[in-house]
Design a protein around this ligand. Sequence first.
Ligand code: MG
Ligand code: MG
Length: 260
Amino acid sequence: MIHLKSERDIEKMKESADIVGRTLGEVAKLIRPGVSLKTLDKVAETFIRDNGAVPSFKGYEGFPASLCLSVNDVVVHGIPKNQELRDGDIVSVDCGACKNGFHGDYCYTFEVGHVTEEIHNLCVRTKESLYKGIAEAVEGKRVGDIGHAIQTYVESFGYSVVREMVGHGCGRHMHEKPDVPNYGSIGKGARLTKGMVICIEPMINMGVRNIRVDKDGWTTRTADGLPSAHYEHMVAIRENGSELLSTYRYVEEVLNKKTA
Ligand code: MG
Ligand code: MG
């Protein structure tokens, strides 16, 4: 069953989404070689709670932390450990916050220090593919239109789309129907209707699409050890087009300062 959201619900979701966006901004300030994943997680959890929200991920099916921090060949669901980031790494920071009964859930992949051009391109094109998907998130279209747009874009560079994990509806539960795969066919899948809020989140591998999960039951890696990138936005389907509830504004403010 798909839970459609009222205008009031969507306003509440914007507040949760804003907290996630600002949390990602706080994390962005700290990302550099030598910082530990545990530190990033602690800063995020404190920031979320200080803003009257609850970290959506902590305790979700037993997940032990507030952020999923996925470094290099880790696709998603990396557990923050004492591991320190190194120059040339990429790290996907996936964050969830719940306030007023509604969840925010989205993600940004950061470059740590100087990454190779090959890896930089993977990040840039994965982010671009997210916006290709968002452009298809229009009332009357289907989730297959979103997946198709993402898939054709990234495969044109020789990358591959993870199949086992997909985007999703979001609301009072972090993961709701419909599934929003990052692959698919035009005109196939659930129909997009006004009031749906969906998370679109391409997980794109430089090499093969296959994945494997570590013994911890969470950490999900590429089968070939090559890097993977991940970006996620929350999109509300409106009568005339769609509206982003999530924002990279706070992240971009920090990144622009770093490069200035
Ligand atoms: Mg998600
Ligand atoms: Mg997420």
